[in-house]
Design a protein around this ligand. Sequence first.
Ligand SMILES: *Cc1c(COP(=O)(O)O)cnc(C)c1O
Length: 468
Amino acid sequence: MQYADYRRWSERATDWIEQYHASISEQPVRSTVKPGEILDRIPASPPEHAESMESIFADFEDIIPDGLTHWQHPRFFAYFSANAAPASMVAEQLSSAIGAQGMLWQTSPAVTELEIAMTGWLREALGLPPTLAGVIQDSASSSTLAAVLTMRERALAFEGNRTGLSDKGRIRIYATDQAHSSLDKAIRIAGIGQDNLVRIPTNEDLAMSSTSLAEQIARDRREGHIPAGITTVIGGTSVGASDILRPVLEICRDQGLYSHVDAAWAGSAMICPEFRHIWDGIELADSIVFNPHKWLGAQFDCSVQFLAGPADQVRTLGVRPGYLKTLEHSKVTDFSDWGIQLGRRFRALKLWFLLRAYGLEGLRRRIRNHVAWSNELRDRLAQVPEIEITSPCRLSLFTFRYVPSDASDPNEATERLLQTINADGRLYLTQTMHDGRFVIRVQVGQFETTRDDVLMVADIVRELVSVR
Ligand SMILES: *Cc1c(COP(=O)(O)O)cnc(C)c1O
């Protein structure tokens, strides 16, 4: 295929996209294929000779859709939504055509400077202090890894990168059991060791106990360990729990530790001032991550990390071999020094399109609706016989379970109900273990979902419980 054919094929793709979106709500939300079914339909070897775009496109239409779980389906209530707002899709197409690699300022000044501008816009939209610097990472996992590596290096006076960890003491990082599994991965990759991720007990609202935190840090110091940092969560993945930041971040500051706040999902809601009490004290954080690619509407991937003092992270991760040296380095920002990846996509473009095409007011309206509708749904579900709400609506996330009146095991019954719901196809919900119970999560966050779509969950659950 030549550039000359680009218009034809992009028009063909646009037609497909239009058709896909028009019919998406009639499709089962979760793909129904069996493992290996798609793989079996792909030739085992690559073609030796060029194939026509016609046949490539035909195979795409024939093979791929069956194996898709529709994240843009208005009744996708599983995990957390990963939205693809249309304006952000257009920006992604342009970014893909430009194909720029934004590792250094010089490798495309617009990539770096729009990133500075857009993280500044978001910082203001979230009500964060103007002193924070922002960077776009691929995922919250990478942002958290960068923060954990920075915690480690700060605690070792930036010696770990050079000498390794073998003669160092135990580096300690503190979090609760509500932290996302990306923290466990970061601890592994950073060579800190799972045993040194110390789980601090929580209060009845699943927030970190600051008394236990202070005691644990003191105990670790007495035992000769090296307290390095604290990772808190705002809007945890399981049931949406949040730490109470202020007392925890004050301890962090007083103890000279480094703090990271994981608000990957809930951060987007902070464009609404009425929700900001949830992260009261956020201005004390050293590092904050939130994913515009979740609730805000930017097409995956797009994770923003805010840093109070980027110098620590740059000192931890910045590497500059001869082939990457540039003359203007001291005068510009080279974002590859701020993260794990060297190569960086032009992600700021989709934020620019998104924020302008919907405006903060439009984005706030969606989030407010989602929160209101999920509260309404929780009330309706609570009316369904044998359904028990198992965690409060935190922003737009709550959980429930099925407790059959015949005294059969609620965990098994709930798991079977979930399978029935997802096999039915009109909804997609996922589970979590909460307090030793198998519970079903409902999170409302899809960009195009309506009140009817959300309330339909109660009707469908009522229907499927009664046919069992
Ligand atoms: C989704 C999520 C993550 C992981 O996000 P990725 O961008 O997929 O790495 C981490 N923490 C929380 C609280 C999340 O909701």
